[in-house]
Structures are given as structure tokens and as C-alpha cells.
Design a protein around this ligand. Structure first.
Ligand SMILES: C[S@@+](CC[C@H](N)C(=O)[O-])C[C@H]1O[C@@H](n2cnc3c(N)ncnc32)[C@H](O)[C@@H]1O
Length: 412
């Protein structure tokens, strides 16, 4: 099987069965001869999905079948982005792929559209907002919503910024020191940068060379925004902490590492994801308790029990689009806004578990105010015993930040 067919099969699962891109890729990557090529192409097509839909709509007289759309997107990505593949080879390879998947009947159409694409790409829309949607490959309704919230210039800046290629890593101060890690990275020839905001964190080039440091729990990959959320929660030694949507455990493990006497209870709705938290905690050498719990259900046994409760709720994930290129697929307004009921319910329950004087933190990795500020506003209106201490939306930037929202409230 050709590597292009492996790509096609993965993308078919994503587009036709709504599978997660990263999961399909992981499951099928062992069939690839060149894993880097397949990974780059699959993520590249998904990242450019809105843009390629626009091109196809301008180049095909009527909407092609799903399989032809996938083939055209693969061809367009090869033509636009694969410098090692000349345009004629990109067209020929995609036509061969059309035959390999048994769609010989479409090969003339695919050939024609891709040859025309090589000669001239369709002009971008003249309307400024539509143009931004195509250029940034973000659905128009989301761009419009962002412009309403952040203005056109901010929206353009964060939608078109190049994310930092280095990953954010936190040094495990229980096991080592920052200087020792820097020395190891230098010895290994691994590129890194310091994080001026967090002295125990670095931006590093992820790869096989640093695997031993990770496996030994000397460092962990925790995004800058996740660390910011943890710092906002300001857990102290001796605190009892509840992390209600805890898997895979980044924040729970951080809290458990704050001191010898922090007690962390990490809950999640999925059993298999609790195991991820335990593995994470073992690797980092911290202790915490995990428990299966549906955070939307009220648990009276936990009332008034915690100094800090974190509700890091499931969300539309739009703030981490740079890391999850399929995040915009199948996300219409109804689907996104139906999650807000779950978010509000989890926050409402979380509030009941906070001790008097304790802290309630709500966070998401999305930018839509319906999932963020609106939830907090409504909650505070209905829960006068809580006051807002801090609330902030972080926009994605080229300095390592994802899109993220965090609100900190205190029980009076
Ligand atoms: C944003 S992730 C949490 C990330 C985590 N806090 C961390 O820092 O590693 C959201 C989590 O919520 C869990 N979840 C979704 N619905 C839930 C529910 N009703 N009750 C509890 N957990 C839920 C998901 O399984 C997922 O692990």
C-alpha cells in the first residue's frame, strides 16, 4: 500500500466516521513506510480544511463526492506544501491514488482540477472577514464570533500567528534542578529556551533525545497555559484539592507536587483515563488519589470538603487548534453550545465541594465567551456566596501560549 493510501484511509476515517485525527493516525501509522510524511500530510490537510473546501467550491461545478473531496485535499496539500514533490508529481501521484482506492471513474476529474490548481489558485474572497476565514482556515462563524469578542486586529493576529515550535516543559523540582536539566539538554544537543514567566519551566525541542529525561520524570510536558492555570489556583502545602475533570492529570500532578502535605483527589468520568493520571503521578513521583466520578452528578459526600476545587471542564478546544488540527471539523454552533450545559453543571457542583473561604477555579482551553465569561457571569449571579477574584482569557501567540480561559472565585 502506498503512503498516500495510508493518508487517504486515515482522512476517510476522520471525514466519514468523525474519528479523531490523532487517534486514527496513531492506529494506522505502522502501515506507513515514511511516518513523518504521513503525519505531515494528514495534519496538513486537516489544518487547511476550510481553505481547501473554499478552493474546491470555486473549482468544481458541483459538490464532488466525499472520496473525491479527500483526494483533492491531499493533492492540493502536496502541490502547496510539499517542496520535495514537484507539481506534476503531486498531480500524478494523486491520480494514481484515485485508481489505488478503486475510484478510476474520478481520475479524469481529479487530474483536471489539480492541473488547473497548479496553473492558478482561485482568488481569495474580497470580503475582509471571509478572506481571513479562508487564509487562516477557520470556519466563518467562528471568525465572526472572535471578531465580536476581540476585534478584527487581535483576531487576525492570533489566527495567523505561527505557533512556537518548541514545547513547554516543566522541570520536576522534586527530582532535579533546572540548571541540571539545562546542562543535560546542552550535552544532548537539544535546543531549548528559558521561560521568563516560570523559572522552573523551559521551552524545548521535543524528540527522542529527551525521552530518557521524560521517562525518568525529570521533566514533563505541561503547556504554558496549564501552568498558568495551576498558578492561578495557588494551591498551598496542606491544602485539600479536588480536580474534577482531571485526566490526563497535568494539573493534578502539579498540585500534588506543591508540598509534602497536599492531598489531591483527581476524578474523571472515564476509567481508562484515570489510569493515565496514575501513570503520570508515578512518573513524577507524587501521590494522589484517583476516583471515577461524573462531575455533572452532585456528590453529597464531598460537600464543603476542599480548600481548592478545579473545574477544568470539557470544552470545544478551539484555543488549542494549533495542536489539534481537526478541532474545527464538525463544530457547528449547536454542537458547541450544547456543551455549555455540562460546563455550567460541573461548576455548580464544584462550588458545593469548596470549604468556606476556599477557592473555586474554572478553566477551559477555548476562547468562546459562551463557554467562558457567560458561564461565570451566570454562576456568580446565582451564587452570591462566591466572589470573582481573577478572570482572564489568554489568546494564542507565537511565544508559546495557547488560547485559554481561567476564572478564580472565592467562597465567602
Ligand atoms: C480538559 S480535559 C482535562 C485536562 C486535565 N485537567 C489536565 O490538566 O490534564 C477534560 C476532562 O474532563 C473529562 N470529563 C468529561 N466529562 C466529564 C464529566 N461529566 N465528569 C468528569 N469528567 C469529565 C474528560 O474525560 C477529560 O479527561
Amino acid at each position: 500500500m502506498s503512503d498516500l493510501k495510508v493518508c487517504y484511509n486515515i482522512l476517510s476515517q476522520v471525514y466519514k466516521q468523525q474519528a479523531y485525527g490523532s487517534i486514527s493516525l496513531t492506529n494506522k501509522l505502522n502501515e506507513a513506510k515514511n511516518r513523518d510524511f504521513v503525519t505531515r500530510l494528514v495534519y496538513g490537510v486537516l489544518r487547511n480544511d476550510v481553505k481547501y473546501d473554499y478552493y474546491i467550491s470555486k473549482m468544481a461545478a458541483k459538490k464532488p463526492q466525499n472520496s473525491a473531496i479527500i483526494l483533492l485535499k491531499i493533492g492540493m496539500y502536496c502541490i502547496e506544501e510539499m517542496d520535495s514533490m514537484p507539481d506534476y508529481a503531486a498531480v500524478n501521484n494523486t491520480v494514481e491514488l484515485t485508481k489505488e482506492i478503486g475510484k478510476q471513474g474520478s481520475s479524469g476529474f481529479i487530474n483536471g482540477v489539480l492541473k488547473a490548481f497548479c496553473r492558478q489558485k482561485p482568488a481569495l474572497p474580497s470580503d475582509e472577514v471571509q478572506k481571513l476565514s479562508v487564509e487562516a482556515s477557520v470556519p466563518l462563524w467562528i471568525v465572526r464570533q472572535y471578531i465580536k469578542q476581540f476585534g478584527i486586529e487581535n483576531t487576525r493576529r492570533f489566527l495567523t500567528c505561527q505557533p512556537l515550535e518548541l514545547e513547554h516543559a516543566r522541570v520536576n523540582l522534586k527530582k532535579t534542578e533546572v540548571e541540571a536539566v539545562k546542562q543535560r539538554l546542552t550535552n544532548l544537543g537539544v535546543e531549548y529556551m528559558t521561560d521568563e514567566e516560570n523559572k522552573d519551566c523551559l521551552f524545548v525541542r521535543n524528540g527522542q533525545k529527551i525521552r530518557p529525561l521524560f521517562d525518568a520524570g525529570l521533566i514533563t510536558f505541561q503547556s504554558l497555559t496549564s501552568v498558568r492555570c495551576c498558578r492561578t489556583a495557588a494551591v498551598k502545602d496542606g491544602d485539600e484539592v479536588l480536580d474534577m475533570c482531571a485526566a490526563p492529570g497535568g494539573k493534578s500532578v502539579y498540585f500534588a507536587g506543591v508540598g509534602e502535605n497536599v492531598k489531591v483527589l483527581s476524578t474523571d468520568i472515564y476509567h481508562h483515563r484515570l489510569e493515565l493520571i496514575q501513570q503520570y503521578a508515578r512518573r513524577m513521583g507524587v501521590k494522589l488519589e484517583v476516583r471515577l466520578m461524573d462531575a455533572t452528578q452532585c456528590n453529597k459526600a464531598l460537600f464543603n470538603s476542599f480548600d481548592v476545587v478545579l473545574c477544568d471542564v470539557p470544552c470545544s478546544n478551539l484555543g488549542v487548534a494549533a495542536k489539534k488540527p481537526d478541532v474545527y471539523l464538525f463544530k457547528d454552533k449547536d454542537r458547541i453550545f450544547c456543551i455549555t450545559q455540562t460546563q455550567a453543571k460541573i461548576l455548580e457542583n464544584g462550588a458545593k465541594y469548596v470549604k468556606e473561604g476556599g477557592t473555586l477555579v474554572y478553566s477551559t482551553c477555548t476562547l468562546l465567551k459562551e463557554e467562558n465569561e457567560d458561564i461565570i457571569k451566570k454562576f456568580l449571579k446565582q451564587n452570591k456566596q462566591f466572589s470573582l477574584e481573577d478572570q482572564k482569557t489568554y489568546l494564542p501567540d507565537d511565544k508559546g501560549s495557547d488560547g485559554f480561559f481561567v476564572a478564580k472565585m472565592r467562597r465567602l
